[in-house]
Design a protein around this ligand. Sequence first.
Ligand code: ADP
Ligand code: MG
Length: 692
Amino acid sequence: MNHAEIELTTPVQFLKGVGPKRAEALRAVGVETVEDLLLYLPRRYVDRSHLTPINRLQVNSPATILAKVVGVGEERGRRPRLVVVLEDGTGFIECVWFQGYKYIKGLLQKGQRVMVSGQVRFFGRLQMPHPEFEVLEGEEEELIHTGRIIPIYPSTAGLKAIRLNNRSLRSLIKGVLDSLPQIEEILPEEVIQKHSLLSRQEAIGNLHFPTSWELVKRAKERLAFEEFFLWELVMAMRQRERIKEDGLQFKRPGSLVGSFIEGLPFSLTSAQRRVLREIYRDVSSGSPMHRLLQGDVGSGKTIVALICLLWAVENGYQAALMAPTEILAEQHYHTLGRLLGPIDLETTLLVSGLPKSQREKTLRAIGEGIIKVVIGTHALIEEGVEFANLGLAVIDEQHKFGVVQRASLRGKGSSPHLLVMTATPIPRSLALTVYGDLDISLLDELPPGRREVKTGWRSEKDRGKVYSFLRQKIKEGRQAYVICPLVEESEKLDLKAATQMAEHLGKEVFPEFKVELLHGRMKGEVKEEIMGRFRRGEIDILVSTTVVEVGADVPNAAIILVEHAERFGLSQLHQMRGRVGRGEHQSYCILLVSYPLTSEAKERIETICRTNDGFRIAEADLRLRGPGEFMGTKQHGLPQFKVADLASNGPLLRMARQEAFALASKDQPLADSLRRVFASRFQEGGKLLGAG
Ligand code: ADP
Ligand code: MG
C-alpha cells in the first residue's frame, strides 16, 4: 500500500484503506493522526522468527513454518472448511479454516511460498487450524505477519466490529512506514547521544517491526523517554514562567510566628523545622513559592500550614487555607483558634451555605482586608470572594482538588505564594509528573511518642469478638470510628445501611455508650456540631461514611472499624487508618471483610495489614490500579502517556526530567521539529509556546 505525500500530522482518514468507519474506530482508541497510529503501542509481541521443518513439529505447540502450497480445496459437508496443503521437503501439513475461508481462498494458490504460524494439532495427520499466514511474493519481500517478532495490538470491540484486526493494523502501519519519507528527530542530538537512545525513526520502526527483542525494549524506552521529556518540558516552562513573576518577599519570622510556636503544646519535629526552612527560602526569594508538602497521615502538616498563614499576616498580607470538606475546614479553623490562645487575630471560616447576610458581611471584611486569615472549603474560590491582598494560599489534601481549583485560589491574589499539602503519599514518579512544576518538601518523621497502629482483618463470624474488643477499649476511655462505605452508584442504599448500623449499634449492641451517625449529606452545622461533640469526647462511637476519611484529628479516638473494607482502595484505607494513632494510646484498625474477595481486594487487605508506610502503600496502589485510577477520577492533571508507564519507568522519568529542565534553562527557542510535537502533544504546550 502506498500513500502519496503523507506526513506525521496527516489525519488517518486520509490514508488509503481507512474509511469513515475505520477512522472513527481508530479515534476511539486515541488514534487521529499518522503519528498517533505510529505510536499505537502493541500490547505484546510474539516471536515467530524461528522456523521449524515440518518433520520436527511438536503437536500442541505453536510453530512457524516456511513451505509451498501444494493443494487448495474446499470441503463441504457438516463443517465446511478450506484445506490448504503445504509441503517443505520434510513433510506435509494441512492448514484448515472453518471461518472466513472464501476470502482466504482468494489469497492462496498452488505453487506459492508461504510462511504460516499457529498451533500444531494432530487429527489423523498434522494440521494447523486458522494459522496466521503470509504469502512470499519474491525473495525481497519483507515479512510483517510471520517469520519474525510480531506485534499484537490491543483489540477493542470497536476495532473488531470493523475488522481492524492485527493483520490489517500491521499492514496499515507498514504501509505508512514505507511511504513516510523520514521521521524527523525531535530530541536534541546531545541527549540522544548521552543516553544512547534510538533515533525516532529507528524507535518507531522497531516498535512495530522489531528485528530483535533487544530492539523492542530500546524502542519502547526511547519513546517513553520522549513522552516524559515532552511533559517535563511543559513543567519546566511552567516553572520558568513563574520564576519570572515578581513574588512577595517575606521577612524572617517575627514575633507573631515566634509567640505562636512558643505557645504550642509540643515542640516542632526536626522534619517540620526543615520544611519551614525550605519554605523560608521560597518566600524570601522574590519569586512566588509553589511548593508541595508531602507527608504521611499524622505527620503534622497542619501546624506547618498554620505557621505559614501567620507568617503571611506578619508580613502585612492576608492568608487563606482551603480544605476539601467542611469538617476538615472547621477542624483547622478550631485548631487555629485554640492554638492562637491569647493572640489576637481576625480569622474566619468560609463554607458554603452561610446565611446570606452573614456571608455578605464576611466577604466585605475579607475584601477590606480586616480579616487576616480565611479558612474554608471550595467556597473560597467562588465568585464574589475577593481579598484585599492575599499573600499566601494553602491547599490541604490537594489531591482532592483539580489543577483548575488550585489556580483559582491563587488567582484570588496577585502572585501569592502557594503551598499545597497532601497526605496521600504519591509515588515519586507520579509526583514528578503531576506536580512536576512544584518544588517538593517531605515531612518524613512522625511526632514523637506515636505507636504503630495495629491493623488486622476479620470476617463476619468474628463480629461478636470485634464488638467485645470495642467495648473494652471504650470502657478504658477511648473513642471509636465505625466507617461504612458510601459509593456513588448505590448511595441511597449505602446511606440506609450506615443509618441502620448506627441505630443497631446504639440500641442493641452498645446501649451503654453514646453512638452517633455522621454523613456527607448532613447540613454543615449538623456535621460541625457532631464533630465538635466527638472531639470533646461526648460521643463514644462515631458511625460515619467516608466523610472523615481525610484530615479528622481526634487523638483520643484509638479504634477504627471499617465495614466492607474490601470495597475501599488502598490509599483510602490508609487515610482512614490515619484517623487513629494520633495520640499516646495504642490504636487499632480493624477491617471487616465480606467474602468472596477478589484477588485484588485480597492483595489490598494484605498490604494494608502488613505495612504502615504510606509510600509503600502508594506504590502498591499505583501498581494495582494504574495512575489514572490512583489519582482519582477528578481532573487531576495527569497526562495521558501512550508508551511510558509511570509504575515501572521511574528512572527514565527522572532522566528525561533533568534533560527537559536543562533545555528549558537555556531559554532558547525550541527546534522546529520539537516545537511542533510539543505544541500538539499536550494542550498546554501550545499555550506555553504562545506565551513565551
Ligand atoms: P496531618 O499531617 O495528617 O495533617 P496533623 O497536622 O493533623 O497531621 O497532625 C496530627 C497530630 O499530630 C495533631 O494532633 C497535631 O496536633 C499533632 N502534632 C503535630 N506536630 C506535632 C509535634 N511536633 N509534636 C507532637 N504532636 C504534633
Ligand atoms: Mg491533615
